[in-house]
Structure formats: structure tokens, C-alpha cells
Design a protein around this ligand. Structure first.
Ligand code: 5GP
Length: 114
């Protein structure tokens, strides 16, 4: 068995995290190294390493992650907008092999990204 990712350890409460949202399928917590005044990581509890590992049965689960983001945005008052980022694979800078969305807010973001 491959070792647990840090995100799985957060799900299992083996390491601490500042959790801002949780339901049966998804959990969200503050990034330990924030890249914006608000930086939340949103993950499905199911261990899916990346987009390539997604299966047909995961379609609703991923939709639920977006509904979680909607709730989090309301809770945190992100009425001025926020950026959602998914780093998929090495060239994108993915460090944690557990599919996750970054929610970034509280400052202006350029486009295209660097
Ligand atoms: P990635 O580069 O894989 O898209 O992003 C992984 C993110 O997870 C990074 O922004 C990093 O700061 C965050 N991260 C890594 N380890 C931990 C941790 O133990 N706790 C929290 N809260 N965030 C973490």
C-alpha cells in the first residue's frame, strides 16, 4: 500500500488542519502556505490522485466539490470573486497526489497566470 498523503492524514485527523467545511463527501481547510489572503484547499474525501484517475462514478462527487466551494464562498463572504485552481501533474506543479482544488481570494489575480 502506498503511504498516506498529507491530505488523507488531514481527513483521518492524523495531522491538524484549519477545517472550514466538511460534509460526507468533501472537506476543505486553509492552505498551510497561503498564496493569497484567502487560500482554501477543497478535496473529495475519496482518494483520487489526479484527473487521469477519475472514473465515471466520480462525476457527482466532483460536482459536490463545486457545491462545497459555493457554500464556502458564501460563508467566507467572497462576493468579489475567487480563483479556483487545480494543479494536475508535474508540469502544473502538483505536489500532493490527492485531487484538490485551490480557492484563492482577497486580492487581484492576473490572466494569463504565470
Ligand atoms: P499542489 O501544488 O499539489 O496543487 O498544492 C498542494 C498544496 O497543499 C500547497 O499549496 C501546500 O501549501 C498545501 N499543503 C501541503 N501540505 C499541507 C499540510 O500539511 N496542511 C495544509 N493545510 N496544506 C498543505
Amino acid at each position: 500500500m502506498s503511504p498516506k498523503t498529507v491530505f488523507k492524514k488531514i481527513i483521518d485527523r492524523e495531522i491538524p488542519a484549519d477545517i472550514v467545511y466538511e460534509d460526507a463527501d468533501c472537506i476543505a481547510f486553509k492552505d498551510i502556505n497561503p498564496q493569497a489572503p484567502v487560500h482554501i484547499i477543497v478535496i473529495p474525501k475519496k482518494e483520487i490522485p489526479n484527473i487521469e484517475a477519475l472514473q465515471e462514478e466520480d462525476a457527482e462527487l466532483i460536482g459536490r466539490c463545486f457545491l462545497a466551494m459555493q457554500t464556502i464562498a458564501t460563508q467566507l463572504g467572497l462576493s468579489q470573486g475567487y480563483r479556483v485552481v487545480l494543479n494536475n501533474g508535474r508540469d502544473a506543479g502538483q505536489e500532493v497526489m490527492h485531487l484538490h482544488f485551490h480557492m484563492l481570494a482577497g486580492r487581484q489575480f492576473g490572466w494569463p497566470p504565470g
